[in-house]
Write a protein that binds this ligand. Structure first.
Ligand SMILES: [Zn+2]
Ligand SMILES: [Zn+2]
Length: 450
């Protein structure tokens, strides 16, 4: 046995000393749902005391949190930090700050950068930058194929040793079944999950939105749902055949949920994720021809959206992922057909799902908390928990606070949010990530040392 791996990196900081007074503490994994005082000492959860009865902790900051909700900090398995290469769109500092502002305590960064993360040298320098710039712990995936060209495999074992939490060519599918099969064989030796952007490039063609009624009306080339579901079926068969483990990214269609259901029943080691935008929006939004609704996979139909919600509820879909994909204005403020694909999502994920799914009663808050904190598991990152002795990973939320997305700007360097201008209910006020205070909403008053 080797020593426990520590693949997550972040900059050093002060461990938190806090008394969070009177919040509703909710952690579905430990069956915790109670109003308590939460005491954090030296970055660790020290105890929960009956509300109002927390001991005085010298030097600790007191946070008055009556009426607020404290959840385990979220974990996002799918973030594009655009570093190295496109730092004008996002970098490790702005991306992790956006994540912390959304209540995230850890994220997994994708590897479709410039250059791509296909060597231990690129991965090593990225990890060094994260040790300087990242305000929350970040895990990096490395590429499956060199230069993401889909042909030659990277040195997967070496990349694992260099700290890769898994492998992905996200942004592109692995079109060749032969190449993916070889990658799965290497994964059995190297460890680390292979995360898959599932799409048949020949079926997607030049499509710019979901293929259906709306694309027909608009006269835009469509991406059919089967482009995704047939790729999932193929790759789950390969994973089963090789006994390997895969994580399917950003499910968007009913047919895809059905493929995952079948695969799980057949014993495939597969996990999967869905995004807040696919869970709350449909291709009807594209009628506006606003490029903020252009992403890949595309927004699909109401029937697809309902299937995703059912999948999230019954566990077919393991976790929520934002697929946070920052783009510059120049890439988005062009005709729909030419605009870049992708939307930001870190700062709005909880609020969007809380507003559109929890408040109307479609799913419970406990379920949302569970699915937003389990995203690291496919990559070997344990879900955070609110328990005495655990590292403090807590997000403090005002569940009733209404705010207009984008009104006060964004922490992200990019502003291509598909929720821009929407009034959402529920806002993250403070995030403690890996024992350190990583974010505090400007309007949220600080307490005084006790
Ligand atoms: Zn993707
Ligand atoms: Zn992505």
């Amino acid at each position: 046995m080797t020593a426990p791996r520590n693949d997550l990196v972040r900059r050093p900081g002060e461990p938190a000393d806090l008394v969070i007074r009177g919040a509703r503490l909710l952690d579905p994994r430990s069956d915790l749902d109670a109003v308590r005082d939460l005491v954090v000492r030296g970055g660790q959860i020290a105890e929960f005391a009956e509300a109002g009865k927390a001991p005085k902790v010298p030097e600790a900051e007191v946070v008055e949190a009556e009426g607020l909700l404290a959840l385990p900090a979220f974990v996002d398995p799918h973030v594009h930090l655009r570093t190295p290469g496109d730092e004008h769109e996002e970098d490790l500092e702005t991306g992790t700050r956006a994540a912390a502002a959304g209540g995230y305590g850890a994220i997994v960064a994708m590897a479709n950068t410039k250059p791509a993360v296909d060597s231990a040298a690129v991965l090593g320098s990225l990890r060094e930058r994260a040790e300087r710039d990242a305000s929350i712990p970040v895990g990096f995936v490395a590429n499956v194929t060199r230069g993401m060209a889909g042909e030659e495999l990277t040195e997967m074992a070496e990349l694992r040793d260099a700290g890769a939490v898994g492998f992905s060519d996200d942004g592109l599918p692995i079109a060749s079944a032969r190449v993916l099969r070889r990658a799965l064989q290497y994964q059995l030796l190297a460890g680390g999950v292979i995360a898959l952007h599932e799409e048949d490039p020949e079926l997607s063609g030049q499509g710019v939105m979901h293929e259906g009624e709306v694309s027909a009306v608009l006269g835009l080339a469509g991406i059919p749902a089967v482009s995704e579901s047939t790729a999932i079926a193929r790759d789950c068969s390969l994973a089963l055949y090789e006994g390997a483990r895969v994580h399917v990214q950003h499910l968007s269609a009913r047919a895809s949920v059905e493929e995952i259901t079948r695969a799980k029943q057949a014993g495939v080691q597969v996990t999967c994720e869905a995004t807040p935008h696919h869970l709350t929006l449909t291709d009807e939004e594209v009628r506006s021809l606003d490029a903020r609704f252009k992403m890949n996979p595309p927004l699909r139909t109401e029937d697809d959206r309902q299937a995703l919600i059912d999948g999230l509820r019954d566990g077919t879909i393991d976790c929520v992922a934002t697929d946070h994909a920052p783009h510059s204005l120049e890439e988005k403020e062009v005709p729909f057909e030419q605009a870049a694909m992708g939307v930001t999502g870190l700062e709005t994920a909880f609020a969007a799902l809380h507003t559109d799914l929890v408040i109307p009663g479609t799913i419970g808050l406990e379920l949302l908390a569970e699915r937003m904190t389990s995203g690291g598991e496919p990559f070997g990152i344990a879900p955070p928990t609110i328990a005495a002795g655990a590292a403090a990973n807590v997000t403090l939320i005002d569940p009733e606070l209404e705010w207009v997305v984008g009104e006060e700007g964004y922490e992200s360097r990019s502003e291509n949010s598909c929720f821009a201008g929407r009034t959402l209910t529920g806002r993250v006020l403070m995030t403690v990530a890996g024992g350190q205070v990583a974010f505090r909403q400007r309007s949220f008053a600080m307490g005084v040392a006790g």
